[in-house]
Design a protein around this ligand. Structure first.
Ligand code: G16
Length: 551
């Protein structure tokens, strides 16, 4: 008789983690994400789902990260990581949503039964899960609920403790490739730090010493990782962590971090006075998978270097190296962006490389980037990485250079494949990558910034009664519902020189996001707030959050 679901164990433990009746959960842009106080049942169920996913994949290790990343401290969330360190397969997102919403233990067990049947899961297979959490106060109890889920399904769990999202992704891939031809690295935090720091030291050897780098850690888990990484980097670069108070209540992502910088286009107030004109610094988000750079010019003016600028810098560098190495006929470098990419960046990149636009969410960018030999993907919010296809890795490993210049470029490319965490966006890996390129190009922040001039833009959040009535098409650049709203937006956009605007529901916060661009800043602000007003009027939002006309 085939192995059966351990119904009794699931049932007993499930009763300890009942689903609140008034909440509908959704596996969104980056997993389940909402107030930490209402996630207990979700975490328990995710424990079981992760176990089943592992069984489905023949006992390969699945990752689970408990975090709400850039969201405010009271929020929390959970995302599943597939065996190669990439985001969960889309079909299973739907299974996860379905299971999280089963009203009772009985419904939950019935839904599990259906999943096992439909997905043809062999329950006799082993199941292994590695998991971690960020520094949020709700983390420990949510992890305990998750561990009950593992226990219920009989999965073997490995607790990676408190660490960053990208380190968890790294661990998943390292565990699953251990002892194989494509071994990703030693499956420990130490393995991660050693791999990245070793590659960085080789890449910047012989270059002019890099100036110390101030890193705003968003008072999140990145602070601990930055401190640890510092110890491995020797004197190749000095990292100076700011906003490293991981235990101060309410500090996480508050007036600091990558999302604060991107949305307010301002320096975190806690850094003011400590950054000198010409000096560059950067911000991580709450789980250290996003990165935002900036610098002050001679007039003390703040300049932001976002994901698009990182993408342009890095893609240009890799294209040059590929050419110098004599591999430009074999290796095609491409870039993936989303609708949030600044129009100037798209223009700049598209004149040089193939560029694709996909819906928001690293999972979408990642898959699109896999179609290139080298796929550079960054969201404007600073979330991204570079992927080298298996064939490209093979080419880099076996190519015989015919000149010293080719040999040097080839070595740099090989070291880049080690420096870059190719599983997912990784702020620490990305900042070492940026510093590498700046060292090679001898660029200051201002020189990097001058690759192209950003079109003024504005991002606004609108709280609406139900964001699920918003549906988009064309890589989220157009609304299909509510009906008629897109036509009104189009009419408005036409009145602005260089105007562009789009509206989409967030997959991580209970808001609708509005983005606008125009030739001048005041016009971009005005357009964003006018479109936000249209969204509000159409759907009836919270009166306290009605967008102001414009600033
Ligand atoms: C997550 C995703 C990102 C996405 C961001 C915002 O980031 O991983 O790809 O850009 O959410 O998504 P949305 O606009 O749908 O809320 P993080 O850093 O919060 O995990």
């Amino acid at each position: 008789m085939p192995a059966q679901l351990p119904v009794e164990a699931i049932s007993t433990l499930s009763e300890l983690h009942p689903k609140p009746s008034h909440i509908r959960y959704q596996y969104g842009t980056a997993g389940f994400r909402t107030l930490g106080s209402v996630l207990d049942s979700v975490l328990f169920r995710v424990g079981i789902i992760a176990g089943l996913r592992s069984k489905k994949l023949d006992g390969k290790t699945i990752g689970v990260m408990v975090t709400a990343s850039h969201n405010p401290e009271p929020d929390n969330g959970v995302k599943l990581v597939d065996p190669r360190g990439e985001m969960l397969e889309a079909a299973w997102e739907a299974h996860a949503t379905n299971l999280a919403n089963a009203a009772t233990t009985e419904d939950f067990i019935n839904a599990l039964d259906t999943l096992v049947r439909v997905a043809k899961i062999d329950l006799s297979k082993p199941s292994r899960v590695v998991y971690a959490r960020d520094t949020r106060p709700s983390g420990p109890s949510l992890v305990a609920a998750f561990e009950d889920g593992l226990k219920a399904i009989g999965a073997e769990g490995r607790n990676a403790g408190v660490t960053t999202t990208p380190i968890l992704h790294y661990l998943v891939r390292a565990i699953n490739t251990k002892g194989k031809k494509d071994e990703y690295g030693v499956d420990s935090e130490e393995g991660y730090f050693t791999k990245l720091s070793g590659a960085f030291q080789k890449l910047v050897a012989g270059k002019t010493a890099l100036p110390p780098l101030i890193i705003d850690c968003a008072n999140g888990v990145g602070a601990e990782a930055v401190q640890k990484m510092s110890g491995y980097l020797g004197d190749s670069i000095k990292l100076i962590p700011y906003n490293a108070s991981t235990t101060t209540p309410g500090a996480l992502n508050n007036a600091c971090g990558a999302d604060f910088v991107k949305t307010t286009q301002k320096l975190p107030p806690s850094l003011a006075g400590d950054i000198k004109p010409g000096q560059r610094a950067c911000s991580l988000d709450g789980d250290a998978d996003r990165l935002m750079y900036y610098y002050l010019d001679d007039q003390n003016q703040f300049h932001m270097l976002d994901g698009d600028k990182i993408s342009s810098l890095v893609a240009g560098f890799i294209v040059d190296l590929v050419k110098i190495a004599g591999l430009d006929r074999t290796i095609r470098v491409g870039v993936v962006q989303t609708a949030y990419a600044n129009g100037s960046s798209t223009k700049y990149l598209a004149e040089r490389l193939p560029v694709r636009c996909v819906p928001t969410g690293v999972k979408h960018l990642h898959h699109a980037a896999e179609h290139f030999e080298v796929g550079v993907y960054f969201e404007a919010n600073g979330h991204g990485t570079v992927l080298f296809s298996p064939e490209t890795l093979q080419t880099l490993a076996t190519h015989e250079p015919s000149t010293p210049a080719q040999s040097t470029a080839l070595n740099h490319l090989r070291n880049l494949t080690l420096l870059i965490n190719q599983t997912v966006g990784d702020a620490i890996s990305d900042l070492l990558l940026v510093e590498t390129v700046l060292a090679h190009k001898s660029y200051s922040g201002a020189e990097w910034d001058s690759l192209y001039v950003d079109l003024p833009n504005r991002l606004v959040k609108v709280v609406v009664a139900d964001r699920h009535v918003f549906h988009t098409e064309d890589a989220e650049r157009r609304l299909v519902s509510p009906k008629g709203l897109q036509a009104k937006i189009d009419a408005l956009v036409k009145r602005y020189d260089g105007g562009r605007s789009f509206v989409r529901p967030s997959g991580t916060e209970d808001v609708v996001r509005v983005y606008a661009e125009a030739m001048i800043k005041s016009q971009a602000d005005e357009l964003a707030f006018r479109v936000a007003g249209l969204v509000y009027d159409e759907t009836g939002g919270d009166p306290n959050t009605r967008p102001r006309e414009f600033l």
